[in-house]
Design a binder for this molecule. Structure first.
Ligand code: FAD
Ligand code: NAD
Length: 467
């Protein structure tokens, strides 16, 4: 066994852990990062990046099949488009490889020692790392001053329909060797909607079973409507208010809200009913840290209940988003290096890569109402936006929520093609305390979807120009 000592020891090389490592390295904090799988974590290897690659491939193929099936007003015709799934998956894997390689190189460049293997917590200052199976590497015992826990999350399993065989999680769904003829998706949240849509566009018959009475229950109903309409056009079957009972003989047994049971044919079942922080199986329990539900409890500095033990990202609960993990990682590294920081973002934007996309930042009208804030809200539809017409995407809108008294912007929501790219402007305006007037008087380039952002602000002020 080899013993190492360091100032900062990071467990987990996902967006939280690797960003903490890079920043700590930049600030000359001696740092070791332990990763059992690949640097980049869930996000780069089996999450954000591969899912967006697959969604893009599905969108392109869907366009081609649509042009082949019907006369296009654009004058485009195509014959018999086909997809070579092995090449699609290889292309996606190539992107993952480039990015994970890049993360490894950045860590190295900043002097962070990366140790491959699964860490086991011995105490709040000591961790043991077993080498990966088949490796010659020594067992390491690492002593540290600061322990940063960034072990991420894992998919929730349904006890009566465990993963295995035809029942898969997003991980397997992102590397298919064939398209199932009939896919049943359990859960109409982020993963179910993003990947369910992609599979439909790649040719599977898709049925989505959701316990709630509508899709994307985490988003407000107005935002989910254009997505539901698009699913209907694509021929995705929705079984809402329905619970799954189990799987037998290639059929998923379900029960609807009125108690009626039925069976759904399925060659494959994607279970996407949420993810849970990875808090067990690696000795973490022995620290007996305070919990917040299934996640580690942290304060505004990402400190756990034990001195010099920190937790970030999915392990520290909702929202389980890569950019939140990164922001926390960067912050903890700076605090350990002696800077004063606090995690108090005015907004953490969220994007759902459905068709059309959804983006939110800050408060919705309902949330402002619940918070007891007097607010004004206005929306601008893409049906009145020139750019939206030129990309054949008239569905959706941009909505703004602002305080009534001083017009400070509290929130933005949008649904429409390509609106994910509006997230930056939304978050910036909220973080900088912008007022409606600031956005309304900013010159927005024409023709862009961003003009709908300016028009929503103008409309909230009572003088929209193009509606
Ligand atoms: P993770 O990325 O989960 O990384 C944790 C790392 O720790 C892993 O690499 C793991 O191997 C390692 N580890 C765990 N235990 C140990 C141990 N004992 N020893 C050594 N190593 C260990 N978020 C977005 O913001 N946008 C998206 O578009 C998006 N899409 C997603 C799509 C899918 C299909 C999934 C599953 C998730 C998606 N997410 C998305 C969520 C995002 O991936 C996570 O929020 C993010 O990865 C969390 O980062 P993290 O650093 O906390 O943990
Ligand atoms: P989710 O929480 O987004 O959605 C789970 C859905 O499953 C919910 O609608 C819930 O009502 C439903 N559900 C729960 N139990 C059920 C049951 N027994 N039967 C039927 N429906 C059931 O979870 P997810 O889609 O698994 O994604 C996990 C997390 O990963 C997300 O919460 C998010 O943090 C992250 N993620 C983010 C993105 C993104 O940012 N674009 C994409 C994918 C995943």
């Amino acid at each position: 066994m080899e013993t190492l000592t360091t100032t900062l020891l990071i467990i987990g090389g996902g967006p939280g852990g690797y960003v903490a490592g890079i920043r700590a390295g930049q600030l000359n904090v001696p740092t070791i990062l332990v990763e059992g799988a690949q640097p980049g974590g869930t996000c780069l290897t089996i999450g954000c990046i591969p899912s967006k690659a697959l969604i893009h491939a599905a969108d392109e193929f869907s366009k081609a099949t649509t042009y082949a099936a019907q006369e296009s007003p654009l004058g485009i015709t195509l014959d018999n488009p086909r997809i070579d799934l092995d090449r699609t998956v290889a292309w996606k894997d190539g992107i993952v490889k480039r990015l994970t390689g890049g993360v490894g190189a950045l860590l190295k460049k900043h002097g962070v020692r990366v140790i491959k293997g699964w860490a086991r917590v011995i105490d709040g200052k000591t961790v043991e790392v077993q080498p990966p199976a088949g490796s010659e590497q020594a067992v390491f015992r690492i002593r540290c001053e600061h322990l940063l826990l960034a072990a991420g999350s894992e998919p929730v399993e349904l006890p009566f329909m465990p993963f295995g065989g035809p029942v898969v999680s997003s991980t397997e769904a992102l590397s298919p060797d064939s398209m199932p003829r009939r896919l049943v998706v359990v859960g109409a949240g982020y993963i179910g909607m993003e990947l369910g849509t992609a599979y439909r566009k790649l040719g599977s018959k898709v049925t989505v079973v959701e316990a709630f009475d509508r899709i994307l229950p985490a988003y407000d109903a107005d935002l989910a409507k254009p997505v539901a309409a698009s699913l209907a056009r694509l021929g995705v079957e929705l079984r809402l208010g329905t619970s799954v009972l189990g799987m037998e003989d290639g059929q998923v047994r379900v029960r609807d809200a009125s108690g009626v049971e039925s069976r759904l044919e399925a060659d494959r079942v994607l279970v996407a009913v949420g993810r849970k922080p990875r808090t067990t199986g690696w000795g973490l329990e022995s620290l007996m840290l305070d919990m917040d539900g299934r996640a580690l409890k942290v304060d505004a500095l990402c400190r756990t209940s034990m001195r010099n033990v920190w937790a970030i990202g999915d392990l520290a609960g909702e929202p389980m988003l890569a950019h939140r993990a990164m922001a926390q990682g960067e912050m903890v590294a700076e605090i350990i290096a002696g800077k004063y920081r606090e995690f108090a973002p005015a907004a953490i934007p969220a994007v759902c890569y459905t068709d059309p996309e959804i983006v939110v930042a800050g408060m919705t009208p309902l949330e402002a109402d619940h918070a007891g804030v007097e607010f004004i809200s206005a929306h601008f539809p893409f049906s009145a936006n020139g750019r939206a017409m030129t990309i054949e995407s008239l569905d959706g809108f941009v909505r703004v929520v602002a305080r009534k008294d001083n017009h400070v912007i509290l929130g933005w929501q949008a649904v429409g093609a390509g609106v994910s790219e509006l997230a930056a402007g939304f978050a910036q305006s909220i973080e900088m305390g912008a007022q409606l007037e600031d956005v309304a008087r900013t010159i927005h380039a024409h023709p862009t979807l961003g003009e709908a952002v300016q028009e929503a602000a103008l409309r909230a002020l009572g003088h929209a120009l193009h509606i």
